[in-house]
Design a protein around this ligand. Structure first.
Ligand code: URP
Ligand code: ZN
Ligand code: ZN
Ligand code: ZN
Length: 470
């Protein structure tokens, strides 16, 4: 039995170990780890490179309509292609239930868009925006059984937000099914109050997006989300945490024995509210929620990554074009920050930024990098151990990294559908050069050789990190 592929000579890293080892792949699965492996149809020499589990990005928005009728800049083809070039082999986009729509209907639409178009594997989280009795009683439990094992609820965005009663009812579905609830924590009423005050003062520029969404609005909502989860007695995922006060709330909840999973994103390490103050509405490029904060909060987020509060480092890729009447500066957005669609692109730059700023600069080690970007992502969202690690029996989803590559982030060299990168000009060390999905080489030395449709939808099990945390 010849192996299909051997990756030789590289330094393999998992969430627990870093070791020199060759990897033997057959039928899309890792079947051998060791040295002097049997004959193979193809051998890739990874000498001088890191061999890592393919990145898993559990927080990605693709082809989601925004409330203002604005179209996202990425469909599944460009979104997964960009993810792949950034060293990812699986992404978890959201399926947004629109008001009045059943979740099945919504899923049918997203599956139709994704089918045959993906360069990475994908799986969907459900966004519950209309928790009717039928949705909570029948649809959601059936969908959890079908492998849609996580849903996101919003405490902000008029039209999308759930009230506390609805969040409790949705969490109760999780209690009954073992699914995981992700919460976007910001206090909508507080934000609406501040928006009113800013508008009364005539402040409608992008910078007001940051000042109308202060830390206190996130801290309060984070505390409330974890309290509601405590009352229902379910685990909860706090997504896109931006600041030290919210981190402290998470630590306190854990100290009370609560099962809380937490996530931060590149924007909270690399951007600040000052980026929203750019001339000529350039600040619109950095409008995302929660907003980027300041250097002190950046340090708090780094600390949360270093000492283990954060389980997940995800992109929250949410791409809108800037210089486009259907993008950030749509006619209404160019007149008032309230109408700038929220979200920034970043699925391709997530791993290089954390590698360069985190591993190369000595803030986290390589195993922690793998844990945050792949292994924990798989464990939290029910893909482990098939994905998220390099082990015998796991999917051969692998990113080979050149740890010395010097690159400057230029949107012109990225592969998403937006027309800018919030990290334009950032110099990074380290970049994935060859990416393998299910044993198939998709990117070889920086060149795309895989085809759209090579990635597939993957149904998921229940979260294993939650079970393990005890
Ligand atoms: O501003 C953001 N993050 N937009 C994406 C939607 C969300 O809240 O995750
Ligand atoms: Zn060897
Ligand atoms: Zn969110
Ligand atoms: Zn998001």
């Amino acid at each position: 039995m010849d192996l299909d592929l051997v990756i030789s000579g590289g330094t393999v890293a998992t969430a627990s170990d870093v070791f020199s080892c060759d990897i033997g792949i057959k039928d899309g699965i890792i079947v051998q780890l060791g040295h002097d492996l049997g004959p193979a149809k193809e051998t890739i020499d990874a000498t001088g490179h890191y061999v890592l589990p393919g990145g898993i990005d559990s927080h990605v928005h693709i082809a989601q309509p925004s409330g203002e009728g604005i179209v996202m800049a990425d469909g599944f083809e460009s979104g997964t292609r960009s993810a792949l070039f950034g060293g990812n082999t699986t992404i978890l986009p959201f399926c947004l239930q629109e008001k009045g729509q059943s979740l099945r209907e919504a899923l049918t639409g997203y599956h139709a868009l994704a089918e045959g178009n993906c360069y990475t594997d994908i799986s969907f989280h459900l966004i519950v925006s209309d928790p009717t009795a039928a949705v909570l009683g029948q649809e959601l439990p059936a969908l959890v059984a079908d492998g849609y094992t996580s849903f996101k609820v919003f405490m902000t965005y008029e039209g999308l937000r759930l009230n506390d009663a609805e969040i409790l009812a949705t969490m109760d579905v999780a209690r009954r099914t073992g699914a995981l609830v992700m919460v976007h924590c910001e206090n909508e009423d507080a934000i609406a109050y501040l928006i009113g005050r800013h508008e009364a003062e005539g402040e409608v520029r992008p910078r007001a997006h940051a000042t109308t969404r202060p830390v206190a609005a996130e801290r309060e909502a984070t505390h409330r989300a974890m309290s509601l989860a405590e009352i229902v007695d379910v685990p909860v995922v706090i997504v896109h945490v931006s600041n030290g006060a919210a981190i402290e709330e998470i630590r306190r909840a854990r100290a009370r024995g609560r099962k809380v999973v937490s996530e931060t994103c590149p924007q909270y390490l690399m951007l600040t509210a000052a980026d929203l103050e750019g001339m000529d509405w350039e600040g619109a490029k950095f409008v995302c929620s929660p907003p980027p904060r300041d250097e002190t909060e950046q340090e708090a987020c780094w600390n949360g990554l270093e000492e283990g509060t954060f389980d997940l480092f995800s992109s929250d890729h949410c791409p809108f074009r800037y210089d486009d009447p259907e993008g950030k500066l749509n006619p209404k957005g160019a007149a008032n920050f309230r109408h700038i669609p929220n979200g920034i692109p970043g699925v391709e730059t997530r791993l290089p930024i954390l590698f360069s700023e985190g591993v190369v600069k000595g803030r986290i080690d390589l195993s922690r990098f793998v844990a945050l970007t792949a292994t924990n992502q798989a464990k939290v969202y029910g893909l482990y151990p098939q994905k998220g690690t390099i082990a015998i029996g796991a999917d051969a989803d692998i990113a080979i990294w050149d740890p010395t590559a010097q690159r400057t982030i230029r949107h012109a060299e990225l592969h998403d559908g937006a027309d800018y990168s919030p990290y334009e000009g950032l110099a990074v060390t380290g970049w994935p050069t060859t990416v393998i999905l299910g044993g198939k080489v998709m990117i070889r030395e920086g060149a795309l050789v895989g085809a759209k449709g090579d990635g597939a939808y993957r149904s998921r099990g229940l979260s294993s990190l939650i079970a393990a945390r005890g």
